[in-house]
Ligand binder design. Structure first.
Ligand SMILES: *Cc1c(COP(=O)(O)O)cnc(C)c1O
Ligand code: SF4
Length: 495
């Protein structure tokens, strides 16, 4: 039997619906379908879909935060206030102990304490996220992994890794502005975020100094902003500005308006993206901070009236971060005409699984959030256990592409160390799975350079790990990779 024949046979054997009238009331009852009640349903060409295949349509609408003893009596109205989220966030081990102490082992808390002492990032976790962590399994929880370091899983950094591996400071004409690509620029108006992510690329600047890293912070200083505006105004080739941070969520509405008013008035600037992790970590702000949301929507409208795009880029990494509150917030923005796109970071234990990534992509699509990029984890200090091998990332990409609409399929990119910018992760000139070295070119950024990314050593085959264990081999590993890439002697952007 051919496939359609087999499907037809199954169709006739089971009590599959024959006509529209046999469908569940939620569908059959729709006014537009009632006149079609008797229309026969054509035999399927695909197997029937299991409910389990549609988990991306489930949005938690329970008072999940009440599992935290201190929030047991907090009602929905209070929990949805931004002031509550900011006031009750965890910013240290003592607060964590106070809030979730009764739910977890002492050994886990001690592990976090040691993790925090060694970490390059300060900690900041919203009550929203705390309520979503599975405290019965904090080690395996994808939200815990992103925001709360534990010392016991710490791995040594890769020898080729550096803080600010993207060389943002080198491509900055003035502090807090990065001009790397020909026609776009990245503006960093502030250095605070609603949360601090362990894997943050900008751990060189964001989140205040820690025991291990002293930072060049970016305060919302008028003089610094003005210098950035002057540069943008003076460069007619710049058409696209990313307002990032820190996190634009933390800019008061008035400050957001100040920035956008200037940017939209510069004739050659056509597109402005406001980048924020906010919707993933504190979605209620969109619903309850109406002054902020109204300002955002007004700026989007003002841009559109001038033929310019203002949109929001956010950063969901896994389905566990998404609830009915997120969906409501994204619905509100969609109704008000705000385009929202998503950029995820591929993180071991969080989303480095094709099914989990596919479901995230489907769930974002369901909320009208366009999956835009998935980043290969940057080479950031102190989080070696979060990175994946390039080969594993490519396999996830192969399995995600095709599950849904192409325009909702993220491009998997590596932001190559040394300031080469984002490259499609499949586009390497050479990749050695043994040594974990991949070699990229980035002609639009610098046609003369080669850019290298390095897989985490702990995931390499024995032969690769043995070579990296001998420092004398390191230069030879790089030289061999460049030769194999057909780029011998090419200037290497040092990570
Ligand atoms: C990511 C980035 C941009 C925006 O790049 P897109 O590929 O257009 O999203 C601009 N400038 C810098 C420095 C960046 O890192
Ligand atoms: S919200 Fe963004 S900028 Fe802030 S810590 Fe997280 S990744 Fe870094």
């Amino acid at each position: 039997m051919t496939n359609p024949d087999r499907a037809l046979a199954q169709h006739q054997e089971t009590d599959e619906p024959r006509t529209i009238a046999d469908l569940p009331e939620a569908v059959a009852g729709r006014p537009a379908l009632q006149p079609l009640a008797d229309v026969p349903i054509p035999a399927p060409t695909k197997e029937a879909v299991d409910e389990d295949d549609l988990v991306h349509r489930d949005f938690d609408d329970t008072p999940f935060w009440q599992r935290i003893p201190a929030f047991a009596d907090v009602d929905r109205g209070t929990f949805l206030q931004t002031s509550f989220q900011l006031r009750h966030g965890v910013t240290g081990a003592a607060e964590l102990r106070e809030l979730v102490g009764p739910l977890v082992d002492e050994a886990f808390l001690a592990d976090v304490e040691r993790g925090l002492a060694e970490a390059p990032m300060n900690v900041r976790v919203t009550p929203y996220l705390l309520g979503l962590i599975d405290w019965d399994d904090p080690y395996g929880d994808p939200i815990r992994i992103q925001f709360l370091p534990v010392a016991s899983t710490r791995r040594p950094d890769h020898p080729r890794l550096a803080l600010d591996s993207l060389h943002e400071q080198e491509d900055s004409p003035t502090p807090g502005l990065v001009h790397r690509y020909p026609d776009k620029a990245l503006f960093l108006p502030l250095d605070v975020c609603p949360v601090y992510c362990r894997f943050c690329t900008r751990s060189y600047a964001v989140g205040g100094s820690t025991g291990t890293v002293a930072k060049d912070g970016y305060k919302p200083a008028d003089r610094r902003w003005q210098a950035a505006f002057a540069y943008l105004a003076a460069r007619p080739e710049i058409e696209d500005v990313v307002v990032s941070g820190g996190d634009a969520y933390m800019l008061p509405a008035r400050r957001l308006r100040e920035i956008l008013t200037v940017l939209l008035d510069i004739p050659h600037i056509r597109r402005v993206r406001i980048a924020t992790k906010g919707p993933a970590v504190m979605p209620m702000k969109i619903l309850t901070d109406t002054a902020w949301t109204d300002t955002l929507c007004a700026l989007v409208d003002a841009g559109r009236a001038r033929g310019k795009e203002v949109c929001l880029h956010t950063h969901f990494n896994c389905m566990e971060e998404i609830t009915a509150i997120s969906r409501e917030a994204m619905d509100l923005l969609f109704r008000r005409g705000v385009t929202v796109r998503n950029q995820s970071v591929l993180i071991r234990g969080v989303n480095d699984d094709a099914d989990r990534m596919a479901n995230l992509v489907r769930q974002l699509s369901w909320m009208n959030v366009q999956p835009y990029y998935v980043y290969q984890h940057d080479m950031v200090k102190g989080v070696e256990e979060l990175r994946t091998r390039l080969e594993d990332s490519m396999e996830i990409e192969r399995r995600v592409r095709g599950v849904t609409a192409g325009f909702n399929t993220p491009t998997f990119v590596t932001d190559v160390p040394g300031g080469g910018g984002k490259r499609d992760l499949h586009s390497f000139e050479f990749y050695d799975e043994i040594t974990g070295v991949s070699v990229y070119r980035s002609p639009a950024v610098d046609p003369d350079k080669a850019y290298l990314y390095f897989d985490p050593i702990g995931l390499l085959p024995d032969a690769g790990r043995e070579r990296w264990a001998r420092p004398a081999e390191h230069a030879r590993i790089v030289k061999e990779a460049l030769l194999a890439a057909g780029l011998p002697g090419r200037r290497v952007a040092t990570a």
